[in-house]
Ligand binder design. Sequence first.
Ligand code: MRU
Length: 380
Amino acid sequence: MSVRYPSGGVPTLKTGHAHPHPEPVSGARYSAVELMPGNQRVLMLDQRRLPLVEAYETYTRAEEVAEAIRSMVVRGAPAIGIAAAYGLVVAASAAKGDGASYVEAMHRADAVLRAARPTAVNLAWALERIGKEALAVAAELPLERADRVAEAARKLHREDVAACRAIGALGAARIPDGATILTHCNAGALATGGYGTALGVIRAAHEAGKKVRVLATETRPLFQGARLTAWELARDGIPVEVITDSMVAHFMGRREIHVVVVGADRIARNGDTANKIGTYGIACIAAAHGVPMYVAAPWSTVDLACPSGEQIPIEERSEREVTHPEGTAIVPEAVRARNPAFDVTPARLLAGIVTERGIASPVDEAHLAALASAPIALQS
Ligand code: MRU
């Protein structure tokens, strides 16, 4: 399904067209990713085309799902994890042979999905959880196997939405009424199973009646802030303005930003946090101005096996994303570019990490460890 908007105009804040899934787990009018009934097709909103075109694609093979993750049809750590889980489902549906050939097919699917993007730990986390279920049902009949894997993947998706809502409720308590909130990249419904992490906090504050405004950094080189965060918030009627990445210090210096909330791709055991490139710079600027900065992320983003930010793998993407924004060359032909997709913010620069298990604040190993065994703080 595809909805096109007039060229040249600012896109699009049309709403109300039908969701292609009859019962989206996201619980919203749009979803980053869903598993279609029948368990043979993964549905994704092609985020590369937003906000100009709202188009859904479907994928029937794990290799296609992996390519959609790599090419950022779907992006954002939790959404990548859910997409990978559904990638295993379509692989299980396609594997009609005996138990041994099914197990082999599932290992192949796992390997191709795991290699899609390295930084967001949610990808490996989801593959491990659903892969375990997939192997546990290897002795069942083909249809039964696929149903069981699909059930586990949908459960993982539902839990992510519940986690986002819990994060939103906990984080909203830290947002003052009347605050202008800075956010970076997109940590919204499009980056998760639904509702969002950083945008979940903002949504919950707005739903609680607080008068909040948002400054969204455009987020070079792929403009997730300008294209996706602005699209989501405008659809919800939450006041949002886009600024270029280089304007952050200007607005902090003028005391126009009261709090920063961002998402995360991987949080190390000591609280060091990998997130979209530019987050570390924002954290330095916020610290210099005494502005509190929160990371909002589900527990699936916490990697207790990773001691500190130094061990987090940082994805290097094609330099073409930097040299050719929207396909147009802006750099002289012979000049090379660098394109790390993420950076690491040291724990000491963060006021808190908001998870569905509670808020780690101050951010350090002891406070994160205390949350490891805590129950989910709030249910949706
Ligand atoms: O490269 P992307 O768009 O996948 O990067 C996404 C981010 O860095 C998000 O801020 C992060 O995944 C948190 S999403 C809830």
